[in-house]
Structure formats: structure tokens, C-alpha cells
Design a protein around this ligand. Sequence first.
Ligand SMILES: [Zn+2]
Length: 117
Amino acid sequence: MPETQLNGSGGYIVADISEELTKKADLGVGKLFLAPIGKLPEESMKKHFCKNCDEEFPSPPTIHLEENPDEEVADNLILIERGQYTCQKCNFTIGEYRVFEKKDESKDIGTANPNSP
Ligand SMILES: [Zn+2]
């Protein structure tokens, strides 16, 4: 599987991801983004680039987890986990992730787009 560069606000992460995740990350502007994916499996991340260090590191970034926010962000859609990928050297935030869950699996989500695995 080819390594994919996923862009965040403070750099990028190079990861081995499935075609399905690649499609999620593609916002149609010729670049792939971290934000729409949700949380990347740690073992899939190979490298990270930090804009602050202006350097690419041959290791996965650090994951900073914020305690379960448990926020209802849309009708029937709960934000269950939020965190950041940060530079291993300087702790600069490379990108953020959010994991959502439906409150009631049998119902549709109101206005938001389903983000199921
Ligand atoms: Zn850094």
C-alpha cells in the first residue's frame, strides 16, 4: 500500500491507510487532510512533519487525547473523543482528530454526515 501524506494545520503525517480512508481524506482540492478521517490507528502512522521544526521525523507523532468530551454536536451525533497529533520533538500541534458516535444507532443523524467506520 502506498504511503499517504495527510495534511493538518501544523504539518503532515505519512500513513498507510485504506482506500476507504483515503477517499474520506480527499476533499477534492488535490491534497489529503487529517481532519475528515477521525482517529488514525497508531501503527499506520510512519512519519510526521512539523512546521515548527521544519523537519520530517521517521516516527509517528504523539497522540494527545482530551478526556471524553461527550458533546452532542448534532441531532443524534455525539462527539466521544477529541485529540491532537503533536510533534515528538517540540509538542507543536500537527493536526486534530475527532471521533463521533450516533446516540441511537437505529436512527439517522439529523443534519450531519454519518462518520461510521
Ligand atoms: Zn516540532
